[in-house]
Design a protein around this ligand. Structure first.
Ligand code: ZN
Length: 100
């Protein structure tokens, strides 16, 4: 077993782009606020319940809005980004980081 030492340098570089995500990609906690183009009713897209179909990281993607009253769909252009952020060890120990 290797010994574990305190970190002396962490630098996250680069950007994630072009990676294809799951066929059914849910994003719990994120809501797209949109309204029906016909009746103007608020029809938010809750991404905890409605999945994106194979979005590609860093590229435009059409999410679909839907109005049950008008039985109408409309595309909403969004982009899914993935970021990796270095976290201070003190913050991680305070519970802001998740150890897996
Ligand atoms: Zn409508």
């Amino acid at each position: 077993m290797p010994k574990v030492a305190k970190v002396s340098k962490v630098n996250v570089v680069g950007a994630c782009e072009g990676v294809k995500l799951d066929k059914r990609f849910y994003v719990p906690g994120v809501t797209i606020e949109t309204s029906c183009p016909r009746c103007n009713a608020d029809r938010p897209i809750h991404l905890a319940d409605r999945y994106l179909t194979s979005p590609t990281v860093g590229r435009p993607h059409d999410a679909m809005g839907y109005c049950p009253d008008c039985d109408l769909n409309w595309p909403v252009m969004i982009r899914v980004d993935v970021t990796v952020t270095a976290v201070d060890n003190a913050q991680a120990e305070a519970g802001e980081g998740v150890k897996e």
